[in-house]
Design a binder for this molecule. Structure first.
Ligand code: PMP
Ligand code: GLN
Length: 393
């Protein structure tokens, strides 16, 4: 028999699934795959149940329910000062994952180049390649994950159609500053390209920082698509409700891709997420504050276990530098040993690189209840006792 698509067949099962299954098998505390272990805001969950019981169970309009699209337009104005026409500039998708695929399939032609920043989320490159486009990488390096104008100039070319960024950035915990965004915007405009912004962690930014949407910079509104996820903003990752905000001319082809990928997203969830996006400022501040406290709890525990923790300004994730912790093991071996022998699962950061992967970094997820973090921290004490790292703090 003939074989399946060679590009997709060349990839294994995602590292998140692999590590979650390994964690289950070894009854490890799962600080690998990024998902909160709470149940989300009760009013949002109750609204979803109510709409389900009230009969919102058939296909909603293909681009999304007006209630959610209007709430999204209002959210864009409220947090980023963006003026968005809900009827022509918003789209509801089945998660940010579908939003990314719809944008990439909708916008790219074979031979187009896409500039990407490593470390990167694992769904980007397979879809770009399946669309026939060519990825060009800018590699960010720990601990500050910064880049220069020369890095951009080496990656952009006459064939650059799109730049894809993730801000705040998983797994780096990097929140892009205004100067970096301005530098990137200058190159996007100079190459008459588009920007696709994966901003699923937009409300998970710490220490009083503010998330800046690239779309809000001068000259970028007409060429930027912005993706969000209710999974992250309401700690309901299983719902898979995502959304895209973009100028109508760019959104048009994306909607065409969406109509052939999933067509619609469950209507009860859409109504509930509309309610969520309209929540008061205390909710959004509380989400970030609560997650910041968890970051600090896990960071202190990792440090006490002798692990060198890198700064984290946003997202759900902390990075540990194994080499600087005196651990002479590559990230994959370390994460496997940690899961099997110490009972704590983490993700090797090399999985977020397509080329030139560093092998001395591991990612730990902190969006967990205090008792779960404390159990992980207590198990990590074994690391020091085993004599195989980490070092004295
Ligand atoms: N982008 C990034 C950077 C992510 O970490 C995730 C995690 N789930 C997604 C996209 C996908 O979001 P969703 O679950 O809404 O598809
Ligand atoms: N975004 C989540 C993470 O980075 C995982 C999502 C998934 O498993 N595909 O851990």
């Amino acid at each position: 028999m003939k074989s399946g698509n060679s590009i997709l067949s060349s990839y294994g099962t995602t590292i998140f699934e692999v590590m979650s299954r390994l964690a289950d098998q070894h009854k490890a505390v799962n600080l690998g795959q990024g998902f909160p272990d709470g149940n989300g805001p009760p009013d949002v969950v109750e609204a979803a149940a109510r709409y389900l019981a009230d009969g919102w169970n058939q296909y909603p309009p293909m681009p999304g329910l007006p209630s959610l699209r209007q709430a999204l337009a209002t959210h864009n104005a409220r947090f980023y000062g963006l003026e968005v026409d809900w009827a022509t500039q918003t789209l509801v998708t089945s998660g940010a994952t579908e939003a990314l695929a719809a944008c990439l399939f909708g916008l790219l032609e074979p031979g187009d180049e896409v500039v990407l920043f490593q470390p990167l989320y694992d769904s980007y490159v397979p879809i770009i390649r399946r669309a026939g486009a060519i990825p060009r990488f800018v590699s960010l390096k720990a601990p500050d994950w910064s880049f220069t104008a020369a890095d951009l100039d080496a990656a952009f070319s006459d064939r650059t159609k799109l730049v894809l960024i993730n801000n705040p950035q998983n797994p780096a915990g990097k929140v892009w500053g205004r100067e970096e965004l301005e530098l990137l915007a200058s190159r996007v405009i100079a190459h008459d390209a588009m920007a696709l912004c994966d901003e699923v962690y937009e409300h998970l930014v710490f220490d009083g920082r503010k998330h800046i949407a690239l779309m809000s910079l001068p000259g970028m509104g007409e060429r930027t698509l912005r993706i969000g996820s209710a999974g992250k903003t309401f700690s309901l990752t299983g719902w898979k409700v995502g959304y895209v905000t973009a100028p109508a001319a760019l959104l048009g082809p994306v909607i065409k891709a969406h109509q052939y990928l999933t067509f619609t997203t469950p209507p009860n969830l859409q109504h509930a997420v509309a309610l969520g996006l309209s929540k008061d400022d205390a909710y959004f501040a509380g989400l970030a504050g609560d997650m910041q406290a968890r970051r600090d709890r896990l960071s202190a525990g990792l440090t006490a276990a002798g692990l060198k923790v890198l700064p984290c300004a946003g997202t759900y994730f902390l990075t540990v530098d194994l080499a600087a912790s005196g651990i002479d093991e590559d990230d994959k071996d370390f994460c496997r040993r940690l899961t099997e022998q110490v009972g704590v699962a983490a993700i090797p950061i090399s999985a977020f690189f397509e080329v030139d992967a560093p092998t001395h970094l591991a990612r730990f997820c902190f969006c967990k209840r205090d008792e779960v973090l404390d159990e992980a921290i207590s198990r990590l004490g074994k690391l020091r006792r085993s004599g195989r790292g980490g070092a004295e703090p």
